[in-house]
Design a protein around this ligand. Structure first.
Ligand code: CO
Length: 219
C-alpha cells in the first residue's frame, strides 16, 4: 500500500527535525531569534525548480518569492511588498531573478489561448516577446526560441526591479543590492548566470525611470 504524498510530508518533517537537531541542538532556537538573509530570490513556482535545494542555501539565508514565470509586474502588490521588505528592512545584498528552461508559463504565454485570470499575468511575457520580437523571430528552432524568451524574460524582470524606488534609493546610497539574472536548466540541473549588467542597464534607462530618490534622501 503506497502512502499518500500528503501523509508522507509529516514523516519527512519529523526526520528532518531530528537530523537538524543532531547536527546542531540549537538550530531551531537560532532560527526563532530572527532571519538575516543576504539574498532575495525571485523564481518560478514550478515544482521542479527548488530554490533552496538547487542553490544549497540553509534556512535563514535566502528570502524567497515565487510566482508563475518569475515575474515582477508593475502594480503587483505581492512581488512589490516582498522586494520592498527584502531591500529596505532585511537589507539583502543580492536580488536574484531566476527563470528556467521548459517553463510552462512562458510556453502558455506564446499560445493563442484564453486562460482566464492567467491572461493579464501572462501578458507580461507577451510584452517581453514584443520588445524582443526581431531577435526572437529570427530564431528558427522553436525550442531555442522559447529558451531565449526565458532568458529575455529574466532580463526584463531584472529591469523591472531597477524601475523601483526602493532599489534605486538603496543602491545609490549603499551600492547594494546587486541584481543577478539566472536560468535553471531543468534538463541538466545546472544554474546559469546570464551576467546581467544591471549597472549598465540602470544607466541606460535612468533618464526615463529615475525616481529622484537620491535627491530626496539628501534632504
Ligand atoms: Co516556470
Amino acid at each position: 500500500m503506497s502512502m499518500d504524498i500528503f501523509d508522507q510530508i509529516f514523516d519527512n518533517n519529523k526526520a528532518w527535525v531530528k537530523a537538524q537537531r543532531e547536527k546542531d541542538p540549537h538550530f531551531f532556537q537560532s532560527l526563532s531569534e530572527g532571519q538575516n538573509p543576504e539574498i532575495l530570490y525571485i523564481g518560478c513556482s514550478d515544482s521542479r525548480v527548488t530554490a533552496e535545494e538547487m542553490t544549497g542555501v540553509l534556512p535563514g539565508q535566502m528570502f524567497v518569492h515565487r510566482n508563475v514565470a518569475n515575474l515582477v509586474p508593475n502594480n503587483d502588490n505581492n512581488s512589490a511588498a516582498v522586494i520592498e521588505y527584502a531591500i529596505a528592512h532585511l537589507k539583502v545584498k543580492h536580488v536574484v531573478v531566476c527563470g528556467h528552461y521548459y517553463c510552462g508559463g512562458i510556453k502558455s504565454a506564446m499560445q493563442s489561448m484564453d486562460l482566464g485570470i492567467l491572461n493579464p499575468w501572462l501578458r507580461n511575457i507577451r510584452d517581453v516577446y514584443r520588445f524582443h520580437k526581431t531577435e526572437l523571430n529570427a530564431i528558427a528552432d522553436e525550442d531555442n526560441r522559447y529558451k531565449r524568451l526565458v532568458e529575455l524574460n529574466v532580463k526584463e524582470q531584472c529591469i523591472n526591479v531597477i524601475k523601483m524606488a526602493v532599489w534605486q534609493k538603496h543602491y545609490l546610497q549603499t551600492g547594494f543590492p546587486k541584481i543577478h539574472g539566472l536560468v535553471f536548466d531543468v534538463r541538466s540541473g545546472e544554474l546559469i548566470d546570464l551576467h546581467f549588467d544591471f549597472q549598465r542597464e540602470a544607466l541606460a534607462i535612468r533618464e526615463i525611470y529615475d525616481l529622484g530618490t537620491q535627491k530626496k534622501s539628501r534632504n
